[in-house]
Design a protein around this ligand. Structure first.
Ligand SMILES: Cc1cc2nc3c(=O)[nH]c(=O)nc-3n(C[C@H](O)[C@H](O)[C@H](O)COP(=O)(O)OP(=O)(O)OC[C@H]3O[C@@H](n4cnc5c(N)ncnc54)[C@H](O)[C@@H]3O)c2cc1C
Length: 412
């Protein structure tokens, strides 16, 4: 006779682990099915390996505003498990949390594996059976109830089923969108996922030649057909395909919208807090101090580290060898103009393989946001990246996983 579990959790990522551990503490018999050889593969690469585990904003209204249209749905969920509870959760399990710039909270070890280890320990419980290498292939329903979950021909039965299979970003970690297909089959209206927190692809060779360089304080302005639409100030990382870093990731959704309207270009201002004429005076004083040197020999004093070759590549070739005293006023203005607006052409958003988060998923009005129960299938609960909730980077995604996972674990 096959065992009937109280809860079958499909997916052993951040939210699935939270569900399983919490449910076992309530005395529920849990089966956790994970298709990978290991649990928590995406969790282990979060935050560039440092894991931005939550955001420490103390004002709940300000915190929830980051989730856009989902804000009103989230109050009752966060009343049950908030960002403060996340900090208590990890600290009480021996992992102190530190808060860094923009209220991003990290484990003090800055090691995502430590976060994973806490979750692994949380799920090491006699009531939890973990089956890795177990890709769920089919979900069987009768009426509006799931009756069976099938893995490689083996049938599992559970009183409740929690779908925690993640979204579409970084599919090599296991989240390949299986949950979206099942949810559609089960009668949910799934918003089509598109990469939302994702780097930008550009066509400019000067950008690609800077792969690995980052500018910690710059302003990037975005244009459609030459008309400025918006700008952001912050850190940019140059990569071999284009632009990344927190500022870019958080601008990507808006840039994606602009791409529907025409040619999208951008300009990068390397000195956002210095007006054109002030910068010109600074450059003139560098020129005055080195009148007889060639421009290429003094240019590094005028340009942020790592940017010299890129700027020079965009200036007339003859300028490099020109003695500083012979540089014309017109060429000087050209140089300053470039420092304040390096031109970039955006060709698109990178794909799921590079996305931190892809939006899309089940709209929250199809979920009971006090319990995470599906309004279409009585014994189904949905967590984490399967939900259609837009948010920026900064710990907001994992917080959603901890919150929705906790609530599903309490109610399934
Ligand atoms: C590179 C990167 C960095 C990130 N950094 C941060 C960060 O610092 N802070 C932050 O807040 N957010 C970050 N995120 C987002 C965050 O990682 C996700 O929001 C979160 O991991 C989603 O958790 P989840 O439980 O919904 O799904 P996942 O973590 O994707 O887990 C889903 C699990 O389900 C399994 N699965 C899928 N299909 C099946 C199936 N058919 N059968 C069985 N198992 C299945 C998968 O193998 C996977 O293990 C980052 C994302 C990426 C890609």
């Amino acid at each position: 006779m096959s065992t009937v579990y109280d809860i079958i959790v499909i997916g052993g990522g951040a939210s699935g682990l939270m569900v399983a551990g919490g449910a076992a503490l309530r005395g529920k018999k849990v089966l956790l099915l994970e298709k990978n050889k290991q649990l928590g593969e995406k969790l282990k690469i979060t935050g560039g390996g440092r894991c931005n585990v939550t955001n420490a904003e103390e004002d709940m209204r300000i915190l929830l505003k980051n989730y856009g249209d989902a804000e009103p749905f989230l109050y009752s969920l966060f009343a049950q498990f908030s960002n403060k509870d996340t900090v208590i959760f990890f600290e009480s399990r021996g992992l102190p949390i530190v808060v860094q710039a923009r209220k991003r909270a990290f484990p003090h070890t800055e090691n995502a594996h430590d976060v994973y280890r806490v979750m692994e320990a949380y799920c090491t419980h006699p009531l939890i059976t973990i089956k890795i290498n177990s890709p769920v292939q089919k979900i069987v329903t009768q009426g509006n109830k799931i009756t069976q979950v099938i893995v490689k021909g083996v049938i599992y039965e559970g009183r409740s089923v929690v779908l925690a299979t993640g979204g579409m970003s970084h599919p090599e970690t296991g989240s390949t969108g299986d949950g979206f297909k099942w949810l559609t089959d089960l009668g949910h209206s799934v918003e089509k996922p598109t990469p939302s927190i994702v780097p930008l692809a550009v066509s400019d060779t000067w950008v690609k030649s800077l792969a690995g360089v980052s500018l910690s304080f710059m302003k990037i302005s975005f244009y459609v057909e030459g008309k400025r639409k918006f700008y952001k100030i912050g850190k940019v990382l140059f990569t071999h395909f284009g632009l990344s870093g927190p500022l870019i990731l958080n601008a990507a959704k808006a840039v994606g919208d602009l791409l529907h309207d025409g040619l999208v270009t951008a300009t990068i201002d390397m000195y956002p807090d210095t007006e054109f004429d002030v910068l010109e005076r600074k450059i003139l004083s560098v020129f005055d101090a080195h009148k007889n040197k060639t421009f290429k020999n003094i240019f590094k004093e005028c340009v942020p580290d790592g940017m010299v070759d890129a700027v020079v590549s965009l200036l007339p070739a003859t300028l490099s060898e020109t003695k500083v005293h012979s540089i014309s006023k017109e060429d000087r203005k050209k140089i300053i103009h470039l420092l304040k607006s390096m031109p970039v052409t955006i060709t698109g958003l990178m794909g799921y393989d590079r996305a931190v988060v892809a939006d899309g998923g089940v709209p929250l009005d199809e979920i009971d946001t006090k319990t995470m129960r599906s309004k279409k299938i009585n014994n189904l609960f949905v967590t984490g990246d399967l939900l259609h909730i837009n948010r920026p980077s900064g710990g907001f995604s994992l917080q959603l996983c901890w919150t929705t996972g906790y609530v599903a674990g309490e109610n399934a």
